[in-house]
Each structure stands twice: as C-alpha cells, then as structure tokens.
Design a protein around this ligand. Structure first.
Ligand SMILES: Nc1nc2c(ncn2[C@@H]2O[C@H](COP(=O)(O)OP(=O)(O)OP(=O)(O)O)[C@@H](O)[C@H]2O)c(=O)[nH]1
Length: 362
C-alpha cells in the first residue's frame, strides 16, 4: 500500500541530506578559513598598531564576513559547536522535487502546498546536534506536515457509535462501482466484531441487480436485508430499515444508495430526501483510493452538495500513490475513517493517521 509514495518521501530525505552535507563540507572549510584568519589577525593585532587602526581592521573583517553572507558565518559558528543550520538553499531543490513527487502521486495541489509550507517552516533555520542527523530532522518535519493534513477532522468512529442513540443510521454515498456495497458488508462484519448488530437497507433502487448483489452479502453474513422493488423510493427503504431496527433492537442501519454521478441533481435530491426522512447519524462517502485526484474532486462535490461526515477509501491495497488518502480530509474538512484493503469481509481497516504517517515516513 502506497509504496510509490513511500519511495518518493524517502528520496526527499536523501535529497536534503545530500544538499545539507555538501554545504556542511563547505562550511567546515569556511570555518577553517575563519579560524586561520582570526589567528593571523590576532598575531597582527598584538604586534602592531594604533587602536583606531585595529577598529578599522575589525570593521573590514566584519564586512568580509558579510560578503560571504551572514548565514555562512552563522553556519560556520554552528558547525564549530557541533550544530548545523539548514537554510532555504539546502531545501530549494529537494522541495521542488518533493512537490513534483507529491503531484505525481495525485496529491491535490493545495494539499501539496500545505505540506511544503509546513516543511519549510519546520526545517529552515533548524539546527541539528551531532546526535540528530539531517535525516532525522527531515523525517520529523515530514511526519508533522503529513499528519497535519491527513488528520483533519478525525473523530473516534467507535465512540460515536457507542454514544449515539440506537439505532444508529449510516448512509453510504458515492459513484457506482467503487466498492460501496462491499464496504457496507465489511462494515456489518466490523460492527458485529465489536458487539453491534446491524441491518442492511438497499437504497439503491435504481440499478438492476442491486438487490441481488447486496442480498448475496447479507446472506453470506447472516444479516437481514430490507429491500424494495427496483424503481422504489430509496428514502422509504432506509426508513423501513430504521423501523425494522427499532422493532428488533438492532443497533445500526447500514443504508446503500444509488451510485449515480455526483453531477446528477436527481441523486442529490434523493440524498436530501433521505436526510429529511431518516436524518442519518452519519453519511459516509465511499470512493476508490486508486482514483486519486478524481476521488478527491468527487469527495469535494458530494460534500458540497450533501454534507458528508467522513470518507471510506476502498482498494487502498491496489494503490501505490496514496494521493487520495492524503488529500481527501484536507480538501473536504471531513476525515477519512476507513480504508478498504481487499475483497474479503475483514478487509476494512480503521484509518489511523499516525499509523499511516509512521508507515509512510518510518
Ligand atoms: N481490491 C479491492 N477490491 C475491492 C475493495 N472494495 C471493493 N472491491 C471490489 O470492487 C468491486 C466493486 O465493488 P461493489 O461493492 O460492487 O461496488 P459498488 O460501489 O457497490 O458498485 P455499485 O453497486 O455499482 O454502486 C467488487 O469486485 C469488490 O470486490 C477493496 O478494498 N479492495
């Protein structure tokens, strides 16, 4: 998962190391020069001269140093005390390469910029002791920057379910073919393992064969399915699911919806009606991690049209880029809550930003 992105992040670390180490060598030579010059000056000063001439000499020395740039002197001094200052010029090329790498990985442009800004402000002027390598500094800066964008809006899903009045109604939205129905089945299993019963309600009354598809999952998992005829009212199906749950002490209603395009005003009217009729506790947007920027754009559009509470990204097992996983929360302000990591019912992982960042950067 996200292997391509991991490699690119790793390359950024070695880029900065190379760039900073090249400067460190130059600084070490500069420091030797500074030392040699001060020794020579000290000798000359003791041998000679009038105080006024010595003051003039000092001024000349300072302007010599400034001609090399104040940063160079600061770095030479820092080097002498076993510390090195990272400067903008050390990061210029590596940051440019990182930006390209993030965009190639389908990270949304605004998200890539936020990551770069954060890294820049974390690293520039940063000193490293001999104990902390440049690589460690870069790793920390990357970790902070990624965590900032990935963990936007996170909340504890299980706590939310535990605390909500039962039945809890969760509606799943998203375009078709991305793995919505499979995700609902996985969620039923996930909840069961945590002690919650669930009923499935097929609000996808649009697509021929949708009832059969979800029924297969319901049968395989031993779950009750509420379904109406094709062409029926999706809000009515989910409403029946809620009634069934109330009558039978079922904890969670998992409502599927038709996966028509987000540009369809029909679909949005349908979601609005579901909102009015059953007031879902959570609306989860489902899309494929592998769809990259397209998934990010759809998440934004769905959220604009019918507010979502969080996202599930499926097929993360087949995604080496990671762009959607990194971008969706920052762009929508709503958290990624789960990753689909395979076709089996157990392949639904709680999205843990820290774990993901450790995996990407560690
Ligand atoms: N590798 C992998 N495949 C997945 C994952 N989630 C779903 N799939 C597969 O994706 C395909 C489509 O999944 P569905 O659940 O039918 O998609 P859907 O969004 O419900 O499609 P519609 O019902 O047409 O809207 C199926 O073959 C699933 O097995 C996942 O996390 N990883």
């Amino acid at each position: 998962m996200f292997d391509g992105l991991k490699e690119k992040l790793d390359r950024f670390r070695s880029d900065v190391e190379e760039s900073a180490d090249a400067d460190t060598e130059a600084d070490s030579e500069a420091e030797a020069e500074v030392d040699a010059e001060s020794e020579a000056d000290a000798e000359a000063d003791t041998d000679t001269v009038e105080p006024a001439a010595a003051a003039a000499d000092e001024t000349a020395d300072e302007s010599d140093d400034e001609s090399d740039g104040p940063g160079r002197l600061q770095r030479a001094k820092a080097f002498a005390t076993g510390k090195v200052v990272l400067e903008e010029e050390d990061l210029e090329d590596p940051l440019w390469n990182l930006e390209m790498a993030l965009l190639e990985s389908d990270v949304e442009m605004g998200v890539a910029e936020a990551i770069l800004d954060q890294i820049r402000s974390n690293l520039i002027g940063e000193t490293k002791s001999q104990m902390a390598s440049t690589g460690d500094l870069v790793e920390d800066a990357l970790r902070d920057a990624l965590l900032d964008v990935i963990s936007v809006g996170q909340f504890d899903f299980e706590e939310r379910i535990a605390e909500a009045d039962k039945p809890v109604t969760i509606v799943f939205t998203g375009v078709n073919g991305v793995g919505k129905t499979t995700t609902i089945a996985k969620m039923a299993k996930y909840l069961e393992e945590r002690g919650y019963s669930s009923v499935l309600a097929n609000g996808d009354t649009y697509r021929a064969g949708a009832n059969e598809q979800i029924r297969e999952h319901a049968d395989a998992l031993g779950k009750r399915l509420i379904a109406h005829e094709q062409g029926g009212d999706p809000a009515a199906v989910i409403y029946d699911g809620v009634e069934y749950a109330e009558a039978n002490d079922v904890d969670v209603v998992l409502g599927d919806t038709a996966g028509r395009l987000h540009t369809s005003s029909d679909l949005m009217a349908q979601l609005e009606k579901i909102d009015r009729v059953v007031a879902p506790d959570l609306t989860l947007f489902v899309d494929e991690a592998v769809a990259g920027q397209d998934a990010v754009e759809r998440a934004k559009q769905f959220n604009d049209a019918a507010e979502i509470d969080g996202a599930v990204l499926t097929k993360a097992d087949a995604d080496s880029q990671g762009g959607a996983a990194i971008s969706v929360a920052y762009v929508t302000g709503k958290p990624v809550l789960f990753l689909g990591t395979g076709q089996g019912y157990d392949d639904l992982d709680r999205f843990d930003p820290e774990e993901l960042v450790d995996d990407l950067v560690g």
